[in-house]
Design a protein around this ligand. Structure first.
Ligand SMILES: [Zn+2]
Length: 757
């Protein structure tokens, strides 16, 4: 151990960008002595997670369908509760009552030019024992689709994104009064019916294209991991990015029995038109019956048909009716009380509900979380006691749209805003690299954690493997240079699609989202084939990445829970804000250039010259060139942030040796409270334009992307959606938040200097 560490240290001196080996460096927030003690406990913790137990937990939790409202969902919650209690945690179940529609009628038929009725059914497979649990499986559907009975011509709209409709306009194709068929992926699925409705469509089908997760990529299930012709991706279609996630009827408050509820027809997150997911088996006859212009090259999939756009002659009838029931969700909440700072909370979560058996999504992540909880319980018996309070949570109702986590966060908003230091989320876990996203004030911290986890396949640290693979995948020399020079790997900014959303976006709690994956192809997402058989044949078969995930989550939790000084760090954050600022300046400049060029081409007659009379297209119209915006307030704020971040760093380095002696407890407590507050400073109680539930000014899911983040969303979406005056107001608002953040950091640095004296 010691020898390896010494070699690694020399290596670190030789090669910039290589992290110091664990044993050599004091950790941020710890004195050298405290660092050593912490490392000993962490090492003990990482030895505990056991692949055999992970496997057995997955088998148990995925044995039957366990969606919201099902018998096995409730049973699983009880089983998870009993485990926490067995391991010495103070645990309970918290219940909320939420709107959760299930299908009553699902009919999709083609009336012309040929008759065809879609199967809308995933068959059981003899080789896979849980696929025949038909009476407990939810049918294939999109939750929060509105009821509807519509008939119209079919139009193929690629992924159904705003730019796809621009392309359709150029092709002279309208979707008014039509039913659109879109491919899955490249956006939150709820964006597809939303954009379709905005363009006048009356119904929406979403299919799984074999080019994206079917036979084009590998053998289909059960011979291989990919989607077979009948496989369907269920999923929520809630328009949460424009309104809020969680229960559609109880925004801002927990869905308790006494909560005031909106009437169903007033709930803005229900889709405007009916939407139904289908397999490529069901999609192929529909697509094959389309005529009209050929779809642009990039739109075409790999079904053995010519991909036309329509409209028609395929004429389609879609009829959907749902039971609009209120169903219980069961969140399991478990606590280890903090010994010295019980009012500072580290929260860790992963959901437990699935769409069907959900072995990969979510049990792979839930099993790892439970191994962490078992390990922490074990350490406690051996004498470890965390400085801060640790909360482990198993959320219900994530799949319909973050129901359990959002309702809990809303219900406990006040105490969370006061006490929550950070929220660490995971969801699915597979084989491969560590994916790490989160608040950039935790970037340095998370890099440190990743440096201490061993990759099961290469035996190098997961940090080093991640860095080298990012170098391999870098798009240009500049990116490679940064990867080699920069001390920390960048955290991805968080969009949405899993349970961190309410913590980060609504409450302004610094958050992380972690999980391994990327080495295996998969096409079972949200189908009955995401089960124990699939996972143990085609993903992390020996559960070593489940163990790595438990080691990663457990280490992150312990290190946050035990630090004398919370390991928030602001240089990476300031650097990231600088990066976003220049991205936005470039976004505006590019948009100006594109419109200027197009206007010029229109004047030159480029569109008339290139018109093919047999395949006519429609020229775009001329457009005003976007105005210049004043980015100066933002640039000044980023400068102030950079100065205070540097000041804070110097103060930390001077104070570290004196930490933990107990002499500075009061000062440290005051500083820690400021650090807890640092993410809240990035929020505004008024929220983002037209979506006040979203309070964070730096991170939000995009209104037209859903999963994908928009950083500095008010500014970015203002420019993208051509609301330039609003973008300029948002520049000023983000600048004010960053100035306030800089002032907080400056203040914390000043107080820290008292310790370093
Ligand atoms: Zn999930």
């Amino acid at each position: 151990m010691r020898k390896i560490a010494a070699i690694a240290l020399i290596f670190a001196l030789l090669k910039p960008g290589t992290r110091l080996a664990a044993q050599e460096a004091a950790m941020t927030g710890y004195s050298p002595r405290a660092s050593q003690i912490e490392r000993e406990w962490e090492t003990k913790m990482r030895a505990i997670p056991d692949p055999a137990i992970l496997r057995e937990t997955m088998r148990r939790l995925s044995a039957r369908p366990h969606h919201v409202g099902s018998a096995y969902d409730k049973e699983n919650a009880g089983w998870i509760l009993a485990r926490f209690q067995e391991w010495g945690w103070d645990a309970h179940i918290e219940r909320f009552d939420v709107l959760f529609p299930t299908p009553k009628t699902r009919l999709l038929e083609m009336l012309a030019p040929v008759k065809f009725t879609a199967k809308l059914e995933e068959p059981a497979l003899a080789v896979d024992p849980t696929t025949n649990q038909k009476s407990e499986q939810l049918p294939t559907y999109n939750a929060y689709s509105i009821d509807g009975d519509v008939t119209g011509p079919l139009v193929f709209v690629n992924y159904g994104l705003p730019e796809d409709y621009e392309k359709l306009e150029r092709l002279g194709v309208s979707v008014k009064g039509a039913i659109v068929i879109a491919k899955y992926y490249h956006s939150w699925r709820g964006i597809k019916p939303k954009v379709a409705a905005e363009h006048g469509a009356i119904g929406c089908l979403i299919y799984s294209e074999p080019k994206d997760d079917g036979y084009t990529r590998d053998e289909v299930f059960p011979q291989g991991p990919m989607r077979n012709p009948d496989g369907v991706q269920r999923g929520s279609a809630m328009d949460f990015p424009s309104s809020w996630p969680g229960d559609p009827l109880t925004p801002n408050v927990g869905a308790t029995p006494e909560a005031k509820r909106l009437a169903l027809e007033d709930a803005p997150s229900i889709t405007k038109i009916p939407v139904q997911p289908i397999s490529y088996g069901d999609a192929q006859p529909l697509l094959a019956a389309l005529k009209g212009p050929m779809a642009p090259d990039a739109w075409r999939g790999t079904l053995p048909i010519p991909y036309h756009v329509g409209p028609g002659p395929a004429k389609v009838h879609l009829k959907l009716e749902f039971n609009w029931d209120i169903k219980p969700v069961y969140d399991v909440i478990a606590k280890l009380p903090g010994a010295l700072a019980p009012d500072e909370w580290i929260i860790r979560g992963n959901h437990h509900d699935g769409w069907v058996n959900g072995a990969e999504d979510p049990v792979s992540g839930q099993a790892a979380l439970l191994e962490e909880a078992r390990a922490l319980g074990e350490l406690r018996k051996q004498g470890w006691s965390p400085r801060r309070t640790i909360l482990y949570t198993a959320w219900d109702g994530e799949e319909p749209m973050l129901l359990g986590s959002t309702e809990w966060a809303e219900q406990h908003a006040e105490e969370l805003q006061k006490h929550a230091v950070a929220y660490i989320n995971s969801d699915t876990n597979d084989r491969g690299l560590l994916n790490m996203g989160g608040s950039h004030t935790l970037e340095e911290f998370m890099n440190g954690v990743a440096g201490d986890i061993e990759d099961p396949e290469t035996k190098m640290s997961v940090w080093r493997r991640m860095r080298l693979s990012r170098i391999a995948e870098a798009r240009n020399a500049e990116e490679r240079q940064e990867l080699r020079r920069r001390a920390d790997l960048r955290l991805e900014a968080l969009g949405s699609g899993t349970d961190f959303t309410a913590f980060l976006d609504h409450l302004g709690i610094a958050s992380l989202n972690l999980g391994y994956g990327g080495e295996d192809e998969q096409g079972i997402y949200h189908s009955i084939y995401d089960d124990f058989y699939w996972y143990t044949h085609f993903s992390d078969r020996d559960f070593v990445y489940g163990r790595a995930m438990a080691q990663t989550g457990g280490t992150a939790v312990m290190r946050l829970a035990d630090a004398d000084l919370l390991p928030f760090e602001f240089r990476d954050f300031a650097d990231t804000m600088r990066k976003y600022t220049s991205e936005l300046e470039k976004l505006l400049a590019d948009q100006q250039a594109v419109i200027r060029e197009r206007n010029e081409e229109l004047e030159e007659g480029v569109f008339q010259a290139t018109l093919d009379p047999r395949r006519p297209t429609v020229a775009p119209s001329k457009e005003a060139v976007p105005p210049h915006l004043n980015f100066a307030p933002l640039e000044n704020a980023v400068d102030a942030l950079t100065r205070s971040a540097e000041h804070y760093r110097r103060a930390v380095l001077r104070a570290l040796p004196a930490l933990g002696g107990g002499d500075h407890a009061a000062v440290l407590e005051a500083i820690n409270h400021q650090l807890i507050d640092s993410e809240r400073r990035l929020t505004d109680p008024d929220g983002l334009p037209r979506r006040p539930w979203y309070k964070h000014l730096i991170y939000a899911p995009g209104v037209y992307t859903g999963y994908d983040v928009k950083t500095m969303p008010g500014i970015r979406e203002g420019i993208e959606q051509k609301r330039y005056a609003e973008a300029e107001q948002e520049i000023a608002r983000v600048a004010r938040a960053l100035e306030a953040e800089a002032a907080l950091i400056e203040n914390a640095a000043g107080e820290l200097e008292q310790i370093g004296k």
